[in-house]
Write a protein that binds this ligand. Structure first.
Ligand code: UDP
Length: 465
């Protein structure tokens, strides 16, 4: 019998570094997801390594977050930031570096959990070479995203093909909402195994301060009407819809209304350009006096902003999950969001906020106006929102579900290996030996590495082939 001791696990997030500052260029929900999942899994007893691409020579190659949780930065391609649409050519080198890292550590990860399509390709290549099960989270689906943007990048075809191959062939895909699963089934493929496990949030951080204290801390008064946006500057986030809603007659003359837009940007980069565009609309509509661009805020600062707000607005054109939504809800603040994707799962329209048609500034203005004009409705929806997050979306609950999934796959891995006839088993060992050999493993450890996936999977088990 195998024990269920939890072993080593690799989370792979090629372009979303879990150790980097969140809220700036290209760093958002995926980075938070990988880091939080990694840390929560480590608390459950897994030894978690999170692999990402190193983007600067002065970045540490290993960042230790907790005793059993670290970020490993692999060098693949130039040591500079490269947008996700241009990263594909460097993936073979990433695979190679990953295999070398395993060799140096004398291990084979029994599970790789990949994030975003680029990492799915990496995971598929790793699984071709060794005894490993792959779990994948999409974070964004090309077929959905390309419906919502005006320019389709050159890499689109490769992305769509990889996403299809991933869904049809990896051991398990994790959809973060029923809506995401539906998109996978209708737009990618009807084949493959999907489990729904949502994203989570830290309910002890978001929700730790009440509205009055938060307003005092941030210098707002009790009768301010605070409308909050938190997120990246990206056209698909729909910040323009929110700004135009605040400029609409339903909100324009509300006394003491303040619009806070929080999120980082770098001048000249794509998020800097979007920020300039949004600022242009703010000025054009005469909203500059009531608008505050708060810049990038970290997770120690954000709880006060969410708590201070009367309403948090998520006006995305498309949103696979939307962590900001559950952060605001956990803080006891109702959310007005677009009626799309994962937002349809997190927000219960009429109970924890309102869902409105995307890009419909008049509808958004009406929903925001309802909440800011009634503190009773705001408080009632805010309490229901917090309650919903505590029940459905805490990281600890989410990581328990992921952990159960990994344990089940590891059991499958062991069963497949040991139920295979001896020649097939030997062939699998040969394949693992080849990986080990290509990584120049010292002769004495080859056998251990060959059976490594099974051995590390079932810590304490006696492995004989
Ligand atoms: N975020 C942050 N600081 C900011 C802006 C955003 O820490 O100034 C975080 C936010 O709290 C959330 C994440 O970035 O955890 C955004 O995730 P979401 O899923 O909402 O959007 P994505 O970036 O994945 O599109």
């Amino acid at each position: 019998m195998f024990s269920t001791n939890r072993g080593r696990i690799a989370l792979i997030s090629v372009h979303g570094d879990p150790a980097i500052e969140i809220g700036g260029e290209g760093a958002g929900g995926q980075n938070v997801y990988v880091r939080q999942v990694g840390e929560a899994l480590a608390r459950l007893g897994w030894r978690v390594d999170m692999f990402t691409r190193q983007i600067a020579a002065d970045q540490p190659t290993i960042v230790q977050h907790a005793p059993n949780c670290r970020t490993i930065r692999l060098q693949a391609g130039p040591l500079e930031y490269i947008g996700r649409d241009d990263l594909f050519p460097y993936l073979p080198e990433f695979v190679d570096r990953f295999l070398r890292f395993q060799h140096d550590e004398r291990t084979i990860y029994p599970i790789v959990h990949t994030n975003y399509w680029l990492s799915s390709w990496v995971g598929i290549e790793i699984c071709k070479r060794q005894l490993t099960k792959q779990v994948h989270t999409y974070h964004s689906i090309g077929a959905v995203k390309y419906q919502a943007v005006s320019t389709i990048p050159m890499i689109a075809k490769t992305r769509l093909e990889t996403e299809k191959r991933c869904l049809e062939t990896v051991d398990r895909v994790v959809a973060t909402s029923p809506q995401e699963e539906e998109h996978m089934r209708t737009l990618i493929s009807t084949q493959g195994s999907v489990d729904i496990i949502p994203c989570g949030t830290d309910t002890s951080n978001f929700g730790k301060i009440d509205r009055a204290a938060a307003r005092q801390e941030l210098g707002f008064s009790a009768d301010d009407k605070i409308v909050l946006y938190v997120g990246r500057f990206d056209p698909r986030k729909g910040i323009e819809t929110l700004v135009r809603a605040v400029g609409h007659e339903k909100l324009r003359d509300v006394p003491n209304l303040k619009l806070i837009i929080a999120g980082g940007s770098t001048p000249g980069q794509s998020d800097g350009l979007e920020r300039d565009r949004i600022e242009g609309i703010v000025n054009q509509l005469g909203l500059a006096e009531k608008t505050i661009f708060a810049g990038r805020l970290d997770h120690t600062q954000l709880p006060a902003y969410y708590a201070a707000a009367d309403v948090s607005v998520v006006p995305s054109h498309y949103e696979p999950f939307g962590l900001v939504t559950i952060e605001a809800m956990a803080s006891g603040t109702p959310v007005v969001a677009s009626d799309v994707g994962g937002l349809q799962y997190t927000v219960v329209s009429g109970e924890t906020g309102f869902l409105m048609p995307p890009q419909d500034e008049v509808a958004f203005a009406g929903a925001i106006a309802q909440i800011v004009s009634s503190s009773q409705l705001r408080d009632q929806m805010g309490a229901a929102a917090r309650d919903r997050v505590q029940r459905e979306f805490s990281w600890d609950g989410v990581s328990e579900q992921l952990s159960d999934l990994y344990l089940m796959l590891i059991e499958e891995l062991c069963n497949e290996f040991f139920s295979a006839p001896r020649p097939a088993r030997r062939a699998k060992v040969k394949a693992a030996e080849a990986v080990a050999a290509s990584a120049a493993v010292a002769a004495g450890t080859v056998a251990a590495v060959a059976a490594g996936a099974v051995a590390t999977a079932a810590a304490g088990a006696t492995v004989s082939v």
